[in-house]
Design a protein around this ligand. Structure first.
Ligand SMILES: [Zn+2]
Ligand SMILES: [Zn+2]
Length: 250
């Protein structure tokens, strides 16, 4: 039965490729048969490796795969974020950068299928998400009005799709209380300052304070945004808060 279903799916994919060809996000060539729908086999080479040893707090890669993971890199020890641990599925760069920026700025929601595939391939992510309430990082309404969606909410929904047995739910427990300057050109300390008190807790959603929260964002550059979200939830009585970003900018 499983084989018939798989055959039907690949037949349907062939028809779809004929009607609406899939183009590689990097080189723009038609990509009928890659592992990813929007990254051709050649451009897969541009995906930065994400299998090195990591800091389990901030998800930064601290060495190659022969090294052990650490709980807290020098930066995290000096300036610990308000969340406990974090995970990312990819390193920001090459084809991954194109997927993320296409989703964020060009409404390329069709990239979500590849984003979900990268999530499925992330070792230990399903266990990390088990029984958690996923809280997307909110956009301020002035920015939300300019975009058709909040990309962090879409990323959270992809996690549900990638791991249907993880028993997660998505709850929008946070809102942005003020518009924050775009972080792109800011350094580490300016980012933390820029984010201070930028979020508020939405009391109206009934979630037990003992629930484990996993904050969700598209990209983590420093820990500033996710840490400030965690701080807001902590101030409102939540005690177990971790974080996930689809991509880690190193
Ligand atoms: Zn390509
Ligand atoms: Zn760290």
């Amino acid at each position: 039965m499983g084989n018939i279903k798989a055959d039907l799916k690949s037949a349907l994919d062939c028809v779809l490729d004929f009607v609406a060809p899939r183009y590689c996000v990097c080189c723009g060539e038609v990509n009928p048969c890659g592992k990813y729908k929007y990254i051709c086999p050649e451009c897969e080479e541009t995906i930065p490796p994400s299998n090195g040893a990591k800091c389990l707090v901030c998800a930064e890669i601290i060495g190659d795969a022969s090294h052990a993971n650490v709980i807290g890199c020098p930066h995290c020890r000096e300036n610990p974020p308000h969340f406990g641990r974090s995970m990312a599925s990819t390193v920001f760069g090459g084809a991954i950068r194109k997927l993320v920026t296409g989703l964020k700025y060009n409404s390329s929601v069709h990239y979500l299928s590849d984003i979900t595939e990268f999530m499925r391939e992330t070792p230990n992510l399903e266990a990390f998400l088990l029984d958690a309430v996923l809280v997307p990082v909110p956009l301020h309404y002035t920015r939300r009005l300019k975009r058709p969606y909040n990309q962090s909410e879409l990323i959270a929904n992809c996690l549900l799709k990638a791991f249907p047995k993880s028993n997660c739910i998505v709850a929008k427990l946070l809102k942005r209380t003020r518009h924050t300057e775009t972080q792109t050109r800011l350094g580490k300390f300016e980012r933390a300052k820029n984010m201070k008190n930028a979020f508020a807790y939405k009391q109206s959603i009934p979630i037990s304070h003992t629930t484990r929260i996993v904050l969700v964002d598209d990209v983590m550059t420093t820990t500033a945004t996710l840490s400030e979200c965690a701080n807001t939830l902590k101030k409102n009585g939540f005690t177990s808060i971790d974080a996930y970003a689809f991509s880690r900018r190193l």
